[in-house]
Design a protein around this ligand. Sequence first.
Ligand SMILES: CC(C)(COP(=O)(O)OP(=O)(O)OC[C@H]1O[C@@H](n2cnc3c(N)ncnc32)[C@H](O)[C@@H]1OP(=O)(O)O)[C@@H](O)C(=O)NCCC(=O)NCCS
Length: 153
Amino acid sequence: MAPLAIRRASTGDLDALLALYEQLSPGNANPDRQRASAALNDILNTPNVTLLVAEADRVVGTVTIVIVPNLTHDSQPWAQVENMVTDAAVRGSGAGRRLIEECLRLASEAGCYKVQLQSGNQRNSPENDAHGFYRHLGFEPSSTGFRHYLPGR
Ligand SMILES: CC(C)(COP(=O)(O)OP(=O)(O)OC[C@H]1O[C@@H](n2cnc3c(N)ncnc32)[C@H](O)[C@@H]1OP(=O)(O)O)[C@@H](O)C(=O)NCCC(=O)NCCS
């Protein structure tokens, strides 16, 4: 793989991002293109939200980090990591680590006291062991996540 760079996404990354999200959740990244383009613009223009890509000779991974202002913990913010995926062709080459390390750096720079994420229970299997990846990088499964999917979404 060509040398890897981590950078903020731009509008020109839309197709690469949608292809990666298709790998993250097959069938889930087939939105109306105009809506997807508008959503990417929103993301890029929302303070506290950073959409990162890992780029070698092409975009091979992505993650989003949101810095959340906070009144507890001495008013220190915290961060949520979401939509983490690397291209199946490059997994095991360090792209995932670089993306998470950049999230930790951004969170630290913002004064966050914690970085957290949710990962589906199905990603704890030999075929998809994202949980092992997160544990390896210092994340502990220390809370139970609850979700309420809204009707019709
Ligand atoms: C999980 C995922 C993002 C990991 O990305 P990756 O590019 O393969 O990760 P890296 O190659 O950077 O691995 C980083 C480190 O984690 C380790 N690692 C990776 N998977 C591991 C596992 N299951 N158990 C233990 N360690 C693991 C690697 O050996 C590497 O160790 P090192 O840097 O100390 O040598 C990738 O497999 C993926 O996209 N999976 C499908 C989508 C997904 O499940 N995303 C998470 C949604 S919550």
